[in-house]
Design a protein around this ligand. Sequence first.
Ligand code: ZN
Length: 254
Amino acid sequence: MAIIPELSLLRKVIKTNQSVIIKEIKNEYYNLNGTRQPFCMFCSSKTNLTKEHVLPRWTFEKDTKEDFITSINGSRKTYNTTTIPACVNCNGLLLNSLEKTIIKSLSGIDLKNSFFINEELQNIIRWLEIIDYKFQVTGFTRKFIKSDQIPYSNYLSKIPLSLYRTDLDSDKKILAELRYTLKRIGIKSKLRNINSLVIFKSKNKSFHFFHSFNKFIFLELPKYNIAMLYFYDKIFNSNKEAYNEAMKLIKEVY
Ligand SMILES: [Zn+2]
């Protein structure tokens, strides 16, 4: 399978701009005096901005009523309205090309008698890494909104959501995690992570999703009869080992 030029360009764009992106997030969104001027979260451009869906719309089949609960503060938000800023070029060309590649792989397979080749698995990993990054970014760009657990106040509404995260106890750690995530996206080969991607046949009729920053993501895509769980930060000796752990996790969370 030929290497898709847009995919390597996307990786290079992110690699080149990672420190600028972190700096801009710090300036614009992180402190309370930031002006929150949007910029492309992939190349840092401040012009020709569009809205990039954190979860691509085709995954939830454009069902605008589907929602999820943000692990940060228990608030509900629909997939459809969860976006981050990205420029026309990064969104329309680079990210779009990644999506198309994934859709092509998913539609071209029947897990009953075949499986993805390594290059396809690496592309799925690249795609899932970017989704994790996008979710982390929404922690900065989305402000606190009312939830059942924490009452709304004017003061709180100015603070980026990510500061409510309880799994990372300091500001520095949240930024460090974002930096780490960008670095990971910059790594060209995903071969050592292939065992960490568990893909199996699913007959479930509805879309399901769960995600934990930097830990794992689960996607169930009824249109393709496929479910997948990926461990972002774990290396396994075999895919079987990852599969067993995935099944345990699904039982716990699902
Ligand atoms: Zn861009």
